[in-house]
Design a protein around this ligand. Structure first.
Ligand SMILES: Nc1ncnc2c1ncn2[C@@H]1O[C@H](COP(=O)(O)OP(=O)(O)OP(=O)(O)O)[C@@H](O)[C@H]1O
Ligand SMILES: Nc1nc2c(c(=O)[nH]1)N=C(CO)CN2
Ligand SMILES: [Mg+2]
Length: 214
């Protein structure tokens, strides 16, 4: 993707500073208490709506960024949100006030969002994509969706059920605040989906949890 690793590292230190300053961070052991054997992870793909209209969900509910908005529309508050803060922040904030823990990811292209939004959240676990720090973790994964799956695997989930994961040619409308309808994929997003799919395939082979894609 041609990212600047120096900026990614800088973002990890920025997130650490913000969490210490605002005293609003939680640790992996706090989050682990919220991860049950069965975990549902919701992506922001077009199939999400159909999944939400279906059966009741048993187990821990993890929303990947923009998917948070769809869950709230269906009256469901996620237990955990995994985000790089480029979804609809007002929905993430509302879910956080309703009790959702927020796993905030730092990278070289969201430092302005970290500064603007991290102080407004509580129960935040920090993640990064460079070497982890004392209170900023790296559980693996790349996009919000697959990072959520890696997190669930790392914190003890034994069965991870995916919904709204459609790594095809349509980006779900909840993915970006400015999207009003499901939209044909653009080049950078296509590459992100290819990386996410590759990482999930790797985890299916090398992880402990059973990963089921509805
Ligand atoms: N068709 C889809 N459209 C949007 N998100 C999808 C789709 N299928 C699966 N997902 C997952 O849902 C997550 C939604 O989060 P979000 O839209 O914020 O993407 P992201 O990972 O932050 O990428 P970006 O940097 O482009 O925002 C994605 O990370 C992806 O893993
Ligand atoms: N530097 C950088 N890193 C990322 C980016 C991005 O846009 N820039 N998007 C991601 C998707 O969640 C994950 N990681
Ligand atoms: Mg995002």
């Amino acid at each position: 993707m041609g990212y600047d690793r120096g900026r990614d590292r800088e973002a990890a230190f920025l997130l650490r500073e913000l969490l210490l300053e605002n005293k609003n961070y939680i640790l992996a052991e706090d989050l682990k208490k919220r991860i049950s054997e069965r975990v549902h992870v919701f992506g922001a793909g077009p199939s999400l709506e159909k999944a939400l209209g279906g059966e009741k969900f048993e187990g821990t509910l993890i929303a990947a960024d923009g998917a948070t908005s769809a869950l709230l529309e269906y009256g469901i508050t996620p237990d955990i949100i995994v985000t790089d803060l480029d979804g609809r922040f007002e929905d993430i904030k509302r879910a956080n006030e309703l009790g959702a823990y927020v796993v905030v990811h730092a990278h070289g292209d969201n430092m302005d969002k970290l500064r603007a939004y991290v102080p407004k959240l509580k129960n935040v676990l920090g993640t990064c994509q460079t070497e982890p720090l004392d209170i900023v973790y790296n559980f693996g994964g790349f996009t919000d969706g697959d990072r959520a799956v890696f997190l669930a695997e790392e914190l003890g989930a034994r069965e991870i059920i995916l919904a709204g994961f459609d790594f095809g040619r349509i980006v779900g409308k909840w993915s970006k605040p400015y999207l009003k309808k499901h939209t044909p994929i653009w080049e950078s997003k296509k590459k992100k989906f290819e990386i996410a799919q590759m990482l999930l395939d790797w985890l299916k082979k090398n992880g402990r949890a059973r990963i089921i894609n509805l």
